[in-house]
Ligand binder design. Sequence first.
Ligand code: SAM
Length: 210
Amino acid sequence: MPASSDSATFWEHHYTHLDAQWGTGPNAVLAELVADLAPSPARALDLGCGHGGDAIWLATRGWDVTAVDVSATALRRVVSGAEASGVADRIHPERHDLSQTFPAGEFDLVAASYFHSPVEIPRAHVLRRATASVAPGGLLIVVEHASVAPWSWQAGEDVHFPTPDEVLAGLRIGDDWHVERCHAPERTATGPQGQTATVTENVLALRRTR
Ligand SMILES: C[S@@+](CC[C@H](N)C(=O)[O-])C[C@H]1O[C@@H](n2cnc3c(N)ncnc32)[C@H](O)[C@@H]1O
């Protein structure tokens, strides 16, 4: 990727000032979906991995994980976290601005947890590219905000969120896919200061059948 981009600058600044412990646990929705739908560990790709909560959790369960982010600081922390958890050999950090480059290879699980950014990213394009990296039999999991949490950078803004069906339509998948989940459940989320709120999320889990 180019040495610098708006995304890289924003997220590098963000992680430099963020508590290194934030986001080091797995997202509950992802953990539940993997346990239900992909119980046998194989090759995983985590898009926008942040501090690596999902990636390290997957590696501790035997997955071989390519962990991708645009922030070098975030990726350094993923490596430290993986070493502390004894799974450094199963985590492969790759720095990409996903609007420009994408990891090579195919994967049995591709996850995009809260792949959002105040710096515009071509999300639909990146997620469509992600479908092409799922191996036959593999799973694509997308978990994303469908409402604004009070602690979000979008608080107070009039934001339009797509419905899960709109996200699904944007992926333009064909007949080679089975929709395992496509819904927008509510849950109680915890913010950076420990505050809680009810939020809605889009949850998609799609299996490539061949
Ligand atoms: C809202 S955070 C979510 C982090 C993590 N997946 C989680 O669930 O806690 C979005 C992540 O996407 C990354 N990101 C944003 N734009 C990106 C881009 N263009 N290419 C790669 N990663 C990007 C950010 O650095 C950040 O780690």
